[in-house]
Design a protein around this ligand. Structure first.
Ligand SMILES: [Zn+2]
Ligand SMILES: [Zn+2]
Length: 351
């Protein structure tokens, strides 16, 4: 056995050459002639296997990833390590040196390769949807037999802006493409259905309300042969507000707040807290509004009752004493509510 290149005799051959000649000709890696990557000029995400991802990488990282993804190597190479140095940038071309090191036949090899990496600039699908005002869902804020108040709208605007800002860091489609004020409420046009659901949840945490979804065909995706739907989500706020008085299953209460699941209230008789789930909304009766609360003076207190003066007629009225009003003293002014001739002493609002 002899090496045809250097003529050495009595040596083990690798692909027809002695070890030293074989290693001289061996290339640790193969790089294609053309290395490219594609980046969105709006959000900085990159195209990877047909999907847009990895927002916010630096140019060095993008070049490095593009090189590493196009490297081919032989099974003979162990512990392959690659580093990339950008020597020069010409427009969208990066001239680089790729340094490879690895072990072949027990020997460590270090090799440098000159390559050019090209950056393709475009606008990703999400950003182009955003630019064109595309929307997948509409949140409609309405109210039951009334119009949402300016205070409610202002507060909902704030919730939506805050939440959309937060979501958009991870979801490019969490944008509000349009806001339209109508006689009956406000419509918010949202990039994606998923984002709209999440925005809606944050409103419901504060306002509760009843949700109804209606999908409507908005066109056809010819490439997939499927209809495209746009989903209209209506949120109906309750007819009453915080502080109003309701009756549910013979319990009278003052509404103290809402969340996504239920309406919370203080019972008028006991001042215990109670709640009704939104599904039972239609069985709630409004018995008075917060504006109906009056103030009355306490004139007499006995072990069984408290006497107040009627706010208008000043007639004495006896109210049975319960634990919740035990601490009230003669001479105090207390908030009261009259329903069908019966007076209730209310819990004083927290100061
Ligand atoms: Zn040789
Ligand atoms: Zn983008």
């Amino acid at each position: 056995m002899f090496c045809p290149k250097c003529g050495r005799e009595d040596v083990e051959l690798f692909k027809g050459l002695c070890k030293s000649c074989f290693l001289d000709e061996f290339e640790l890696i193969n790089l294609p002639d053309k290395i490219e990557f594609t980046v969105c000029v709006k959000c900085g995400s990159t195209l990877k296997n047909g999907k847009w991802k990895d927002q916010g990488l630096t140019e060095e990282e993008l070049v490095y990833n593009a090189v590493v993804e196009s490297v081919e190597t032989s099974k003979m190479v162990d512990n392959l390590e690659i580093s990339v140095e950008i020597l020069k940038t010409r427009g969208s071309i990066f001239e680089c040196i790729v340094s490879a090191s690895g072990k072949v036949l027990g020997e460590v090899l270090n090799q440098d390769y000159a390559v050019e990496v090209k950056k393709n600039k475009t606008v990703c699908s999400d950003c182009s949807k955003y630019e064109s005002g595309y929307y997948e869902s509409v949140i409609q804020i309405r109210a039951d037999r009334r119009v949402p108040t300016p205070d409610e709208i202002e507060s909902i605007d704030k919730i939506l802006i805050e939440r959309a800002n937060k979501l958009s860091k991870k979801n490019r489609m969490a944008y509000i493409a349009d806001r339209i004020v109508l006689k009956e409420g406000v419509d918010y046009y949202v990039g994606s259905y998923k984002a709209a659901k999440s925005l809606l949840d944050s409103i419901r945490e504060v306002f509760g309300g009843i949700v109804k979804e209606s999908p409507k065909i908005a066109g056809r995706d010819k490439s997939k042969g499927k209809d495209l739907y746009r989903i209209w989500i209506s949120l109906r706020l309750p007819r009453f507000h915080r502080g109003d008085f309701i009756e549910y299953e013979n319990i009278k209460g003052q509404v103290t707040g809402f969340n996504a699941k239920k309406i919370m209230f203080n019972e008028l008789n006991s001042q215990d807290t109670g709640s009704v789930i939104w599904k039972d909304y239609d069985n709630i009766k409004i018995i008075a509004e917060r504006e109906d609360v009056e103030n009355a003076i306490v004139t007499v207190k006995t072990p069984r009752s408290i006497q107040i003066l009627h706010p208008e007629t000043y007639q004495p009225i006896d109210i049975p004493l319960q634990p919740s009003i035990e601490s009230i003293e003669v001479g105090e002014e207390v908030p009261v509510l009259e329903i069908n001739g019966n007076f209730y002493i209310l819990k004083k609002p927290a100061e």
